[in-house]
Ligand binder design. Structure first.
Ligand code: XUL
Ligand code: CO
Length: 439
């Protein structure tokens, strides 16, 4: 059998002594943490588009990545080679899941009918590779942003034929996600936004987007797709303003249009940065509203204003992410999808492995630290003390809805001193550092 990553062995946990080269330093798939094996908490997934399709092209330069399959002649043959390479990679990397866009796995034909035939062929092959390897599909999605037809958007396009095309494309993408046992289906509104309000009917565009999502919900019911629908917020890029700006505006949209019971959020770290939030902020807003579904695990660069999609290595963010995930009781249908790409200069095939190992270790460590924080009740104790005034006396009356402006005025009017306690941020950061270093 042809090897697509020759010379690279399956990545294993190295234990304490030998921690050089390509190995896991923290990720031990079967180790029990908080009552479950690490692999079941983390549910790591490969992003087909970055790891298999992308070969380092950027706005200024050609592909740089050395990959054994890139020169395959013929679009369908290339798609097949990519699929074999993908499953060899998943196996050697110890990743249990993958995610894809319809156009990542099969090329477009002249018509949608021809494109769908290409897809069917590739779905048959991928289904077989999944059965052979036990790898699973975390979520599927449709590329509604690459082709020139989507220049003005898909569901928010001013052109009704484009809306129809996008609907037919998502219909098919739902069918193949179901066929491959996908646990979720993602809507990232790549071009569902605007460049200028001078030519944009915002109300009509948002109404249309909601109509589109209702159609998806109805069709999923019809075909028996029970995977989780996910919105992936991003504030901008490629559009100037994207309607799913962040989790909070996503919740407002879903509630306005009666969609909130059908959708959760797929939260991407770098998208949070672009929205001017921390990753944990976005996770928290979703979690406290019962809408945290899945995660696109990556990181941005604080000095760059675009989506750099770097592999996540920052232990603060992985720890605080896993804290939010554990606090919601762990992933059910979601997971950690590495929507991340190696830097253009990291051009060797093994860089792809080192990159995933870096992300997997960072999240494994984050999981262990988050579990320790929760077992010790670190944050819980802080919050309990900080909000204790709402558990007795006047605070209890406020909490239980027994207070009003008049009763509160009567209570406070003649009080002289209202002492406050320190927030102790720097001390808390010190202790958090201790956990990250020692847990
Ligand atoms: C783009 C992005 C997408 C979605 C899937 O920024 O994150 O790759 O994750 O369409
Ligand atoms: Co993403």
């Amino acid at each position: 059998m042809k090897e697509y990553f020759p010379g690279i062995k399956r990545v294993e946990y190295a234990g304490d002594e030998k921690r050089t080269g390509l190995c896991f330093r923290h990720y031990q798939p079967d180790k029990i943490v908080a009552g479950r094996p690490m692999r079941d908490h983390l549910r790591f997934s490969m992003a087909y588009w970055h790891s298999i399709c992308n070969a380092g092209r950027d706005m200024f330069g050609a592909e740089t990545a050395v990959r054994s399959w890139t020169d395959t002649p013929g679009a369908m043959k290339l798609a097949e080679e990519r699929a074999y390479a993908a499953f060899e990679f998943l196996d050697k990397m110890g990743l249990d899941y993958f995610c894809f866009h319809d156009r990542d796995i099969a090329p477009e034909g002249e018509t949608l009918a021809e494109t769908n035939k290409n897809l069917d062929h590739m779905v048959r092959l991928i289904k077989k590779l999944m059965a052979d390897t036990g790898k699973k599909l975390l979520w599927g999605t449709a590329s509604l942003f690459y082709h020139p037809r989507y220049v003005h958007g898909a569901a928010t396009s001013p052109n009704a034929d484009v809306f129809a095309y996008a609907a037919a494309q998502v219909k098919k993408a739902l069918e193949i996600t179901l066929e491959l046992g996908g646990e979720g289906y993602v809507f990232w509104g790549g071009r569902e936004g605007y460049e200028t309000l001078l030519n944009t009917d915002m109300k009509r565009e948002q109404d249309n987007l909601a109509r589109f999502l209702h159609m998806a919900v109805d069709y999923a019911k019809e075909i028996g797709f029970t995977g989780q629908f996910l919105i992936e917020p991003k504030p901008k890029e490629p559009t100037k303003h994207q309607y799913d700006f962040d989790v909070a505006s996503g919740i407002a949209f879903l509630k306005t249009y009666g969609l909130d019971q059908y959708f959760k959020f797929n939260i991407e770290a770098n998208h949070a940065t672009l929205a001017g939030h921390t990753f944990q902020h976005e996770l928290r807003v979703a979690r406290i509203n019962g809408l945290l579904g899945s995660v696109d695990a990556n990181q941005g660069d604080m000095l760059l204003g675009w989506d750099t999609d770097q592999f996540p290595t920052d232990l603060y963010t992985t720890t605080l992410c896993m804290y939010e995930v554990l606090k919601m009781g762990g992933f059910t249908k979601g997971g950690l999808n590495f929507d991340a790409k190696v830097r253009r200069a990291s051009l060797q095939p093994d860089d792809l492995f080192y990159a995933h190992a870096a992300g997997m270790d960072a999240f494994a460590r984050g999981l262990v630290v988050a579990d320790a924080l929760i077992r010790d009740g670190f944050f819980e104790e802080i919050l309990e003390k900080r909000y204790a005034s709402y558990e007795t006396g006047i605070g209890r009356e406020i909490t239980e809805g027994r207070a009003d402006f008049k009763s509160l005025e009567a209570y406070i009017l003649n009080k002289r001193d209202i002492p406050n306690e320190s927030g102790r941020q720097e001390y808390l950061e010190t202790i958090l550092n201790e956990y990250i270093l020692k847990a």
